[in-house]
Design a protein around this ligand. Structure first.
Ligand code: UT7
Length: 411
């Protein structure tokens, strides 16, 4: 909690929502793609199936659906949002940000928007950024979304990664309040020294395709290597452009170590201990990681929310999706302390303690119906506004061709 004009402000989660594609990819489907088996995947990871986005779905459309559901639960209007943060490793573009695309589609005309890159820890990072902005008094309301289409960046020849990941999105609405509780503490960490363990080489300041061909030819051109990807002369060892790569064993060890360490640190910051915790919502990577973390923290595995059997690893979306299902299953109640813990590429990791303050979806009634309709109008208006703006630009450029004096002006 921070002071603003003498009054302490708290940041509470007042809305939540998730969206997953209808398409289901089972372990049996994967048996037809790579040399693997349902038995291996289930026993080594706990995953039975994952969702896969259709051609019409994207990181933005999934994130938008999750955001709309979170707004319904909070019963707020898009125009009340001050800030939108999208945590993703599979953005539509480097820019414009996925957050800006969602901001427009919601009709959140008063919001700032940006994407946040912290891989599977991104959602916890995003919630902390938003909570800090709320507690400082700088904003009132924030929307934080974790959304991914991981299946679009998988190397379907690499059985070590392609069996793990799925698509989906989750979102929360955070709101300023004078009531005690909400986001109590957070610990955000990074170790770029482990950047080669997990990554997605893509368009950036270094084009690895050139670097790789330089390796194939002779020596790489100076300055073409990045610290994250050491160039190897063996084609098999080289990460593929636009495809995710991971050293699973090393990431596994890193994950179990940092979960224990950072959960303790976040609890200490909040002035709490493990015995005060009612539920841990971890990044859903591997059931064996959850079991190892439970052993290290000396708690029952049941204290951890787990739904990776149905969704696999959805990277930045996994914590908010698991949170939504935990709420739906009645596993989170008013006054309880819950912990989020994420870990992944960067390397990055993050833990957060939240005192749940019992926000509930609004009771159905005349007011909520009107609010719901206002939101729908906002989404519809945003869609038409985009079309009309494009059409008007097309007409303007067409007219400009027939108006020589106007053309001169712009030349
Ligand atoms: O969200 C980012 C964070 N990511 C994670 O937390 C992932 C962490 N890592 C893991 O979850 C695990 O390391 C994996 C699930 C990726 C791999 O499990 P593992 O128990 O560490 O297996 P391994 O990589 O040590 O491989 C054991 C064996 C190998 O065969 P040999 O060399 O013993 O003959 C692999 O080639 O299993 C083989 N293997 C497979 N076999 C069937 C690897 N992947 C598969 C597969 N199907 N899909």
């Amino acid at each position: 909690m921070d002071a603003h004009n003498g009054q302490k402000i708290y940041a509470h989660i007042v809305g939540w929502g998730m969206a997953v594609p209808d398409g289901v990819l089972t372990n049996a489907h994967l048996e037809a793609i790579v040399e693997t088996s349902d038995e291996w995947i289930r026993t080594r990871t706990g995953i039975r199936e994952r969702r896969i986005a259709s051609e019409r779905e994207s990181t933005t459309t999934l994130g938008l659906r999750a955001a709309q559901r979170a707004l319904d639960v909070s019963d707020l209007q898009p125009t009340e949002i001050d800030l939108i943060i999208v945590a993703t490793s599979t953005p539509e573009n480097i820019f414009p940000s996925t957050a800006s695309l969602i901001q427009h589609s919601l009709g959140a005309v008063k919001a700032g928007a940006f994407d946040l890159s912290a891989a599977c820890s991104g959602f916890v990072y995003g919630v902390d950024m938003a909570a800090q902005a709320i507690k400082s008094g700088s904003i009132q309301t924030a929307l934080v979304i974790g959304t991914e289409t991981m299946t679009r960046i998988l190397d379907w020849q690499d059985r070590g990664t392609c069996i793990l990941f799925g698509d989906g999105a989750g979102a929360v609405v955070l709101r300023a309040s004078a009531a005690q509780g909400g986001i109590l503490s957070a610990v955000l960490r990074s170790d770029g020294g482990g950047s080669d363990m997990l990554g997605l080489p893509t368009v950036g300041s270094v084009d690895l395709r050139n670097a790789f061909s330089a390796v194939n030819g002779a020596r790489p051109t100076a300055g073409l290597t990045t610290p994250s990807v050491e160039l190897s002369s063996s084609p098999d060892a080289r990460p593929r452009m636009y495809k995710m790569h991971m050293n699973g064993g090393e990431v596994f060890k890193f994950a179990t170590r940092v979960i224990t360490e950072s959960v303790h640190q976040a609890l200490e910051k909040a002035g709490l201990t493990m015995s005060d915790v009612s539920l841990i919502v971890p990044h859903q990577a591997n059931q064996r990681i959850i079991q190892a973390a439970a052993r290290a923290l000396k708690v029952e595995t049941d204290l951890f929310m787990s739904n990776l059997d149905r969704y696999g690893n959805t990277s930045a979306a996994s914590i908010p999706i698991a949170l939504c299902e935990a709420i739906e299953q009645g596993r989170i109640r008013e006054g309880q302390n819950i912990v989020f813990v994420g870990f992944g590429g960067g390397l990055t990791w993050a833990s957060m303690v939240v005192k749940w303050t019992g926000a509930r979806p609004p009771e159905p009634g005349a007011t909520t119906l009107i609010n719901q309709q206002r939101r729908q109008i906002s989404y519809l208006f945003a869609r038409w506004q985009m079309r009309l703006r494009r059409l008007s630009r097309r007409w303007t450029s067409l007219f400009a061709r027939f108006l020589p004096h106007r053309r001169k002006k712009t030349e």
